[in-house]
Design a protein around this ligand. Sequence first.
Ligand code: DC
Length: 219
Amino acid sequence: MKQIAIDGPAGAGKSTIAKRVAEKLQFVYIDTGAMYRTLALACIINHVDIADEIRVSETAEAADLDIRYIDGVQHMFLGDEEVSGRIRTEEVSKAASDTSKYQRVRTRLVALQQELAEKYNVVMDGRDIGTVVLPGADLKIFMTASADVRAERRFKEYTGKGILCSLEEIKKDIASRDYNDSHRANSPLKKAEDAFELDTSFMDIEEVTDRILELYGKC
Ligand code: DC
């Protein structure tokens, strides 16, 4: 099976680009952040204290997580409830960043991600795909953009959806998630040695997509 790994910090444009690349190549796009978000939501629903590693780990292991791919789109379920919309709040973002540092949470999801990559040709995005989940991926991309550009993109996305927000708050949130995701002991965000680094600050979606397809064609 073919594997393209895309890692990088929050807001670098990974999911938009990964979706496009997957569409062009007829691969399955796998959003691993959505899996961490869904387990974080299970903790919130069960009123688990996010600082309590044992309870978070037990809840994550017991959660009835299901992922379905319908027309190439990933849908997340907890039991019978589709939670694909509910996991896109700031509360869940923060909880996912906090709970994803626990090893037992990661172990469950990494196994699932590796199983999917055995079944399908995949474009998978996250933080540890090139380093831990798919170390033998055919192509690894480490996608970055300056913190200001990332905050502005997120601000535009939210205001476009009619969500009230402040650019300053978003900047603070991005800075704190960057710190959390790259300073944790377990699988911190970092570039794999053999990954291509792409700074997308001054590139548009088409340019980034074409660059990845070009790199893929070459390897
Ligand atoms: O990509 P995202 O913003 O949806 O991810 C939500 C959180 O999940 C993020 O703060 C870090 C964590 N995450 C992770 O630790 N490893 C991954 N492979 C994907 C996401």
